[in-house]
Each structure stands twice: as C-alpha cells, then as structure tokens.
Design a protein around this ligand. Structure first.
Ligand SMILES: *Cc1c(COP(=O)(O)O)cnc(C)c1O
Length: 391
C-alpha cells in the first residue's frame, strides 16, 4: 500500500460516534472516576485527544516512536535544546533558519550552551568541529534560502561515533520526500506552520523522536514547560496533513519547472534548486530524498538590493510575504526580510547575496506562475526608473 493511502487511513475515525473527522476536544480538564482513575487524560496541557491524534500521525509519518505538537516551530526546537545542559555544545548548519540562530545565540548562550556553525554540506568539517562537549548536531536540509543539502546518512554516522544526537529540521523537505530518522537521525523537527499545515493559517511545531526514551524526555519538557499546541490548531494541522502528499508533489513539480525557466532567463544569475543537475549537492539530494521541494531561490545579474526590491514588488501572483509552504505562491527578499538582522558581510558570505530572491511555489497552475515571473522581468525593465538598476 502506498504511503499516501496508509496515511489517509491511519487518521482514526471517532470510536464514540463514527465521525470521519477527528473531533476537536475543546476542554481543559477531564472528569475522573476516582483520584487518578481516568480514561487516559487528566489535564489538557499534559494530553488532549485531538493533539494526541496529531502526535500519533506525525510519529507515523516520520517513522518515529514519539510525536509531539508545540505552539510553534521554535517552541519545538526549544524543547529539543532542553535535552542539553550547561557546558554542552551544538554544531549547527551555517545557513540556519534565523529564528533558530536567535534562540541558540541570544537565549541558550546565556545558559552556557555554545554553538558552532559549520558548512555541513562537507561532513568532514562536521567531524573536525566535534569536541567531547558536542552533544547535538543540528541540520536543515534543504536550507533556507540557499537550498544547501547535507548528507544526513554520513553525518548520522559521525554523530553515532561521537555519541551525539543528530536533529534534522525537516520543514522544507517534508516527510513525503525525506525521512531523516530512516537515514540515521535521532530527532526530527518541523515548523508545521509551513507544509504540514499547508494553508498559511496557523503557527505550529512538531518534534518526532526515534527512540521512546528521548521521546519520553521531550514529552516531559512539553508538559513541564507548557508550549503545547491547542486542540483547534492541532485539528487544522491534521486537516493539512490529509492532503500533504498531493500538495507537496504539486509544489515540487511546479518548482522544478520554475527553476528551469529561471535558469534560461537572461536577467538571472544563479538559480538555487536541488532538483537542478547543476545544483552542487544534487547527487546527495537524489540519494536521500524522493523529491526536491517547493522552494526556489535565485540571484539577478544586477546584484543589487534595488533590482531585487523592484522584482519582488512587481509580481502579481507571487505575494510579497514572509513564510512558505502554503497554497498561495509567495516571494521574499531575504536580505531585507528574514535575514535582515544578520550583518551584511556575514549574510553575503553565507551566500545570501543582495539580489537573492526566494520563491515559495504555491498550488496555482504552473504556467501561470512561470508567466507571472516572465511578465515581472518585462514589467521592471519597462519601468524607466527601474531600468537603470535592472539592465
Ligand atoms: C519557519 C521555520 C521555523 C520556525 O517555525 P515557526 O513555526 O515560525 O516558529 C523553523 N525552521 C524552519 C526551517 C522554518 O522555515
């Protein structure tokens, strides 16, 4: 049976009424027959049946023992870092999500946890950076916004040799295309705000642990710290996941065509998409994932902020906004948006050039998206004032 079929039939129907959709248990507490005698739930921070349905679903999707749902992707990451203690070190991918960078550097460094950023596309650099204090290796693959790919299997082997945990932020790939736990990782996190939710209508985070011991520690933190996902948002994520396979395959199909179009356009300098054979990590991407995702980034021959701003303000279907993974296509200018807080030199050396533009490919017809991009290039060269900066 295919993964999509299994997924759809693993979402339980309600045993009480036969409802096909998972009920939303909007309650804070549960009546007990005697003190401590209950039907599996006593207080909704510790457990809620709607959230449990989501948690079991994501555990199955990622082939882990334990799934946990949090109030945001960052709350999920925060729970994983709580596995560490003062003096421990993190080795993290250098092109890391900005919010994770802020959490590691501005929050956890206060508690004596240090972070080293490494180009994880080269596993030998990860091995060289490990010290006896390293307790966790943190990957994103593909990364944001330059779509770098790291070899999860090779890095999992290094992590095992040094007794470290490997955690992979699987937000961009989704479990439809990549299952890091099967490649040797110990923990997977998601910003469910993106593809799992899929409709740009909620903020949520997921953690899935491979072994139940780590899972139990994370579950303990979830209850002790209280960053849980509420029942209605849990239901929305379940509803999103019901169409995940369909959506993600279409996002990727269009992304491939958009990337190929951009590659041939005379105003474009570099295109970043792991599905292109010219992508430096294309072979690794093919080896470890079944698809290349719905995000495409590119730079302009005219590598200026002004040219990029002209572009992102002249698209029609692509809406200028933060975030990604929803049904509507979005465009963003990382240098001025997600990566604004990173000093210009540091940002540029991480590959985020001034003209870098990121596209989140939505579910519109592929040809309409290509036409919108093609028209945008024409529109900005026709505008006199812009002409000076784009030619
Ligand atoms: C958005 C995002 C996050 C943070 O998730 P929130 O739901 O916004 O807290 C973490 N990792 C990646 C890769 C993301 O894109």
């Amino acid at each position: 049976m295919s993964n999509a079929t299994q997924l759809i039939h693993s979402i339980p129907t309600d045993p009480l009424t036969g409802a096909v959709s998972v009920p939303i248990y909007q309650t804070s507490t549960f009546v007990q027959e005697a003190p401590g005698v209950n039907r599996g739930y006593d207080y909704a921070r510790s457990g809620n049946p709607t959230r449990s349905a989501l948690e079991e679903l994501v555990a199955r999707l990622e082939n882990g023992s334990t799934g946990l749902a949090f109030a945001s992707g960052l709350a999920a990451i925060d729970a994983v870092i709580k596995l560490l203690k003062t003096g421990d070190e993190i080795i993290a991918v250098d092109d890391i999500y900005g919010g994770a960078f802020r959490l590691f550097n501005n929050v956890y460094e206060q508690f004596g946890i240090t972070v080293r950023y490494v180009d994880t596309t080269r596993p030998e650099l990860v091995a060289a950076a490990i010290t006896p204090k390293t307790k966790i290796i943190w990957l994103e693959s593909p990364t944001n916004p330059t779509l770098k790919i790291s070899d999860i299997q090779a890095i999992a082997k290094i992590a095992k040799q040094h007794n470290c945990l490997l955690c992979v932020d699987n937000t961009f790939a989704t479990p439809v295309f990549q299952q890091p736990l099967d490649l040797g990782a110990d923990i997977v996190v998601h910003s469910a705000t993106k593809y799992l939710g899929g409709h740009s209508d909620l903020i949520a985070g997921i953690v899935v642990a491979k072994d139940s011991e780590t899972g139990a520690r994370l579950k303990y933190f979830q209850n002790a710290c209280g960053n849980i996902l509420g029942p209605f948002d849990s239901w929305l994520v379940i509803r999103g996941i019901e169409t995940l396979h369909l959506r993600v395959r279409q996002h990727a199909r269009s992304a491939q065509q958009v990337a190929e179009f951009l590659q041939t356009h005379p105003a474009v300098d570099q295109v970043f998409y792991p599905g292109l054979s010219t992508h430096p990590n294309h072979t690794v991407a093919r080896k470890q994932s079944r698809g290349f995702g719905g995000i495409v980034s590119f730079t302009l021959k005219n590598d200026t902020e002004a040219a990029a701003i002209a572009f992102v303000t002249h698209t029609r279907l692509f809406k200028l906004a933060e975030s990604l993974g929803g049904i509507k296509s979005l465009v963003s200018h990382p240098a001025n948006m997600t990566h604004k807080s990173i000093p210009a030199e540091k940002r540029r050396s991480a590959g985020v050039k001034d003209s870098l533009i990121r596209l989140s490919i939505g579910l519109e017809e592929t040809e309409d998206l290509v036409a919108d991009l093609s028209d945008t290039f024409q529109r900005i060269t026709q505008t006199n004032t812009i002409q000076q900066v784009t030619v």
